[in-house]
Ligand binder design. Structure first.
Ligand code: GAL
Length: 390
């Protein structure tokens, strides 16, 4: 009897570590792609998702690093089928999700989908609670590469337990799927989700506004403020997610879009474009594909910037990069332009002389052995990369 018990315990111990883990190494740098929610909400369908995939490739966004096409809320039929399985809305996705995933894969992209840890999604479609293992299997069978998992209608569920169940279900299904927790920062996922998912939202929903402060429609300045102090929790394969990009959406000026993009790159944020790619202007494309900014986001060291200084209307964010480089972002979040004076002697973490690269001018603008003055317009940034003079 005792022997049988011992071998049962040994069996359990051997089985648990295998199940209780996420797929490692799927997001060594912050995931990049396009998601349907910020512009289209639930008004999505197969042809438009395919068109977005086409544009991601043709526009050069794919070459710049955008890899995932993520279908957000609203793809499901209102009921599960008679076997209890999730099925797509037959009108919006007449050929099913596998065919759509195949199309996205044929473009050299990866396919993502949204669902929810609660009983229903935020828009009333069937959620995953109690169906985690069968849902994970169906996602795997469709060829899903990325799952964004929401937190509406969760009742009294415990967040860590619930998301861990889905993590285990994904692992058991056997297909490597990036697991994106969308729990809005409610229960501080940065403190517990490192072994659960590859990224976790830190706030409620962003909106295309510079400084709105609603609980469900937060402007970029407000979302940014909520990231202060979270840098210690981010790193390769486990990222803070300050929500998707509003770059190019109507509520932001071009300057604000540029600031938004720069700051999200500083935060090592997942870069999920959320604009209507069919309407994208060359200027917006230029922002989204600034490879020097993207290189800051995707830097292999995986450090998130910290807020070095915050004065009224002025913020300075600093990100350590690999090879001894540093990225520095001066952000004018006020109404008036100002002159930023820089005396590099005050930046005591620097060691020697560095060249200063202006990431938006794509030009070297000096070296750190002199003092500088830069004019920064309202809602604009100065984004610099410092590289040590060898
Ligand atoms: C929210 C989530 C959004 C979007 C939406 C869909 O909870 O934060 O990003 O996914 O649900 O209903």
């Amino acid at each position: 009897m005792k022997k049988a018990l011992l071998s049962a315990v040994a069996l359990l111990a051997a089985a648990c570590p295998v199940l209780a883990q996420k797929f490692e190494g799927l997001a060594l740098t912050p995931p990049m792609g396009w998601n349907s929610w910020n512009t289209f909400e639930v008004n999505i369908h197969e042809d438009m998702i395919k068109e977005m995939a086409d544009i991601l490739v043709e526009s050069g966004m794919k070459d710049a690093g955008y890899t995932y096409i993520v279908v957000d809320d609203g793809w499901e039929a209102l009921e599960r089928d008679e076997k209890g399985q999730l099925v797509p809305d037959p009108e919006k996705f007449p050929n099913g999700m596998k065919a759509l995933a195949d199309y996205v894969h044929s473009k050299g992209l990866k396919f993502g989908i949204h669902n929810c840890a609660g009983k229903t999604t935020c828009n009333g479609f069937p959620g995953g609670r109690g169906h985690e293992f069968e849902d994970a299997r169906i996602y795997a069978s469709w060829g899903v590469d990325y799952l964004k998992y929401d937190w509406c209608d969760h009742g009294d569920a415990n967040s860590k337990e619930t998301y861990s169940t889905m993590r285990d279900a994904l692992y058991a299904a056997g297909r490597p799927i990036v697991f994106s927790l969308c729990e809005w920062g409610d229960t501080k996922p940065w403190e517990w989700a490192q072994d659960v998912g590859h990224l976790w939202r830190t706030t409620g929903d962003i909106t295309d506004c510079f400084d709105c402060q609603g609980e469900y429609d937060m402007g970029l300045k407000y979302v940014l403020g909520l990231q202060v102090g979270l840098q210690q929790y981010a790193g390769p394969d486990h990222w803070n997610d300050p929500d998707m990009l509003e770059v190019g959406n109507p509520g932001l000026t071009l300057t604000e879009s540029r600031a938004h993009f720069s700051l999200w790159c500083m935060l090592a944020a997942p870069l999920m474009a959320g604009n209507d790619l069919t309407e994208m202007t060359p200027e917006v494309l230029e922002i989204l594909t600034n490879r020097e900014a993207i290189a800051i986001d995707q830097d292999a060291l995986g450090k998130q910037a910290y807020q070095y200084m915050a004065h009224p209307n002025k913020q300075i964010w600093i990100k350590e990069l690999s090879d001894g480089d540093w990225a520095i972002c001066y952000f004018n979040d006020g109404k008036d332009a100002y002159t930023q004076r820089i005396n590099w002697e005050h930046y005591t973490f620097l060691d020697g002389t560095y060249t200063m690269r202006d990431i938006w001018k794509h030009a070297d603008v000096g070296t750190t052995d002199k003092k500088y003055e830069f004019r920064i317009e309202s809602h604009d940034v100065l984004l610099l990369r410092l590289s040590k003079v060898k």
